[in-house]
Write a protein that binds this ligand. Structure first.
Ligand code: 3EB
Length: 378
C-alpha cells in the first residue's frame, strides 16, 4: 500500500461484502490499514466491533428510480504501522469510537438527543453538540493528534425550530461553545466540515485528524463562514472552506478536503428556487477554492503567488464528490450540470439531504488527491 492517507469509494456490493465479513467481530487483520468508514444507508447497518463507522440515514439517489433502497460508503486508510481502536461511553447514551495508527486518527461520535441541559432554555441538540465536541477535543488531546483535517456533522431535522431557534443554529452555538471551552481557534485555522440534515437518526459527528499541520483555505468569493453576520444565527459556524494537507517526504501527495459548498457568494444565498443555477454557482465556488489552494501551497513568503513548480496540482475533473440534494426529484438536473461542467469521467455520489439554509437546494463536498494513486475509485 502506498504511504500516506488513502480514500476509497465503497459501492453497495463492496459495503455489504465488508459488513457481512466483519459485523460484530473484531477486524480480522489489524494491519489492513483501515481507519474507518462513512456509510450512507436508510436500512439498519450491522456495525463491526472495532472499526469506527459513521452510519448516516440518507437515501442514495439514482437517475433510475428502480435502483432505490441503495447504500454506499467511503473508507479511509493509512499505512503508518499497527492500528489501535478504542471506544468511550459518553453521557446520555452516546458513544465515541476511534481508530488510529502513528499518523492519523479517524473517529465517530453518536449521541442521541436525550440529554437535558442544566439551563432549560437550551435545547438538547445544542447541549449534545457541545458534549460531543468537548469529548472529541479531549480525545485528540489525550492521543496527541492536534490537527483536525475534516469533520462530518449530521443531525435530524436541521431546519426545524425548537427552543426559539432553528436547530442548525442551536448546533452552531453548541459547537462554538465547545471550541471556546477547549481553547480551539474560532477563526483562521479551522477544520473543513459539512453539516447536513437527515430525516431520522442521532447526532453523529465523524472526524479525521493527524500530526501533520494542515492549512486552512478560504474562498475569495465567499465571506468566511466564521465571519458570517448574525442574521444567520447568534454564533457563526466554526469551519474552514477547505483544508490542505501538504505533501512531505513520507506522504508524497497533497490532499485537499473541500467542505460542504453551496450557492453562497459573499454571505448571501444566490439563485433561490433555481437548482440548476445553484449547482453552477456551487461549482464556481469549488473552482475558486481549488485555485486558492494552489496559491496557499508553499513557504509563506510565496503565498500570494502561484508556485512556479508546485509538486502537483488538483483537478476538479479527478475529484470525488458527494452531492446533497434537498429534493430527490432535482437529482437528474443536478447531475446534468455536474456532467456538463466536469465531463463524463467525474465521480459523484448523490444523496437526499436537508441543507442548512432553507433556501439552499444543493450542497457539494469534494476530496482531491494531487496525484492519481490516492483517490482509488471503485
Ligand atoms: C455554508 O457555506 C453552507 O456548519 O459545518 C457548509 C459546510 C455549511 C459546513 C457547517 C455548513 C457547514 O454556509 C453550509
Amino acid at each position: 500500500m502506498p504511504a500516506g492517507l488513502q480514500r476509497r469509494h465503497l459501492s453497495r456490493a463492496e459495503l455489504q461484502d465488508y459488513l457481512q465479513h466483519h459485523a460484530g467481530s473484531p477486524h480480522s487483520n489489524a494491519q489492513s490499514g483501515l481507519l474507518g468508514m462513512l456509510v450512507f444507508a436508510t436500512a439498519a447497518v450491522d456495525l463491526p466491533a472495532d472499526i469506527p463507522v459513521q452510519h448516516i440515514h440518507m437515501q442514495v439517489l439514482h437517475d433510475d428510480a428502480a435502483a432505490a433502497a441503495d447504500a454506499c460508503g467511503e473508507a479511509w486508510y493509512s499505512a503508518a504501522g499497527p492500528m489501535q481502536s478504542g471506544t468511550h461511553s459518553l453521557p446520555g447514551g452516546g458513544q465515541l469510537h476511534f481508530r488510529h495508527d502513528a499518523d492519523y486518527v479517524f473517529g465517530v461520535i453518536t449521541l442521541p438527543e436525550t440529554q437535558a441541559a442544566a439551563d432549560s432554555s437550551t435545547g438538547p441538540l445544542q447541549h449534545s453538540t457541545d458534549t460531543a465536541y468537548r469529548h472529541l477535543f479531549a480525545l485528540l488531546d489525550q492521543l496527541g493528534f492536534q490537527q483536525v483535517y475534516r469533520l462530518w456533522n449530521y443531525m435530524a431535522h436541521i431546519n426545524d425550530d425548537s427552543h426559539g431557534q432553528e436547530r442548525y443554529r442551536q448546533f452552531n452555538i453548541g459547537r462554538q461553545d465547545a471550541f471556546l471551552a477547549c481553547q480551539r481557534s474560532l477563526s483562521g485555522s479551522l477544520p473543513a466540515a459539512c453539516a447536513l440534515g437527515t430525516a431520522t437518526g442521532p447526532l453523529t459527528i465523524a472526524f479525521l485528524a493527524g500530526h501533520a499541520p494542515a492549512q486552512a483555505v478560504e474562498n475569495p468569493r465567499q465571506v468566511s463562514a466564521y465571519q458570517y453576520p448574525d442574521i444567520y444565527g447568534p454564533r457563526s459556524p466554526s469551519f474552514a472552506r477547505a483544508t490542505l494537507l501538504p505533501a512531505d517526504r513520507d506522504k508524497p501527495q497533497q490532499v485537499l478536503f473541500i467542505s460542504g459548498t453551496a450557492s453562497i457568494v459573499g454571505h448571501h444565498t444566490l439563485h433561490a428556487g433555481d437548482v440548476v443555477a445553484q449547482t453552477r454557482e456551487t461549482l464556481a465556488n469549488l473552482q475558486a477554492l481549488v485555485e486558492q489552494s494552489q496559491l496557499d501551497v508553499g513557504p509563506p513568503q510565496h503565498r500570494s503567488q502561484p508556485l512556479a513548480h508546485a509538486p502537483a496540482s488538483f483537478s476538479l475533473q479527478r475529484a470525488s464528490y458527494r452531492v446533497y440534494v434537498r429534493h430527490a426529484d432535482d437529482m437528474p438536473r443536478v447531475k446534468l450540470v455536474m456532467l456538463d461542467v466536469l465531463g463524463a469521467g467525474m465521480q459523484a455520489v448523490y444523496l437526499q439531504a436537508d441543507v442548512c439554509r432553507s433556501d439552499l437546494l444543493v450542497e457539494i463536498e469534494a476530496t482531491l488527491f494531487a496525484s492519481g494513486d490516492g483517490a482509488a475509485q471503485a
